[in-house]
Design a binder for this molecule. Structure first.
Ligand code: HEC
Length: 100
């Protein structure tokens, strides 16, 4: 095992173990409401579960929500983006167990 491989595996384990990968204050209900209001104009949830989806990691998801926030002109705050990311993760992508 190479050192870099070891450290990223350790990091992933720590993140899972601590349940600290979503912001502790992430508000899934707020994320759902914001998504409903601002994010269903161009695509619906099928985009998130299609076989050739473009988001493959939690980081991808965060980056994509930020990008689409700009595309949607939604004006989400950083907290809003975290909430929408947490909602989409919990409901569709399931990269990380939600911190409850
Ligand atoms: C202006 C149109 C538009 C709006 C509004 C929009 N999106 Fe998107 N979004 C897109 C397009 C286009 C794609 C697909 C890009 C592709 O297939 O290459 C996409 C893809 C995505 C994906 C990735 C789906 C996958 O393949 O895994 C996510 C996540 C996403 N959008 C989230 C959001 C969120 C959150 C909002 C609300 C802030 C939003 N989108 C609003 C245009 C939009």
């Amino acid at each position: 095992m190479t050192p870099s491989h070891f450290s990223s595996a350790t990091c992933a384990l720590l993140l899972f173990g601590l349940g600290a990968t979503t912001a502790p204050a992430a508000d899934l209900a707020n994320g759902e409401a914001l998504h409903q209001r601002k994010c269903t104009g161009c695509h619906d949830h099928r985009q998130y579960t299609r076989p050739n989806r473009i988001v493959h990691t939690f980081e991808d998801l965060h980056a994509r929500v930020k990008f689409c926030d700009g595309a949607a002109n939604a004006g989400f705050s950083a907290d809003d983006i975290d909430d929408v990311v947490a909602y989409l993760n919990a409901r569709y992508y399931k990269f990380i167990a939600p911190a409850e």
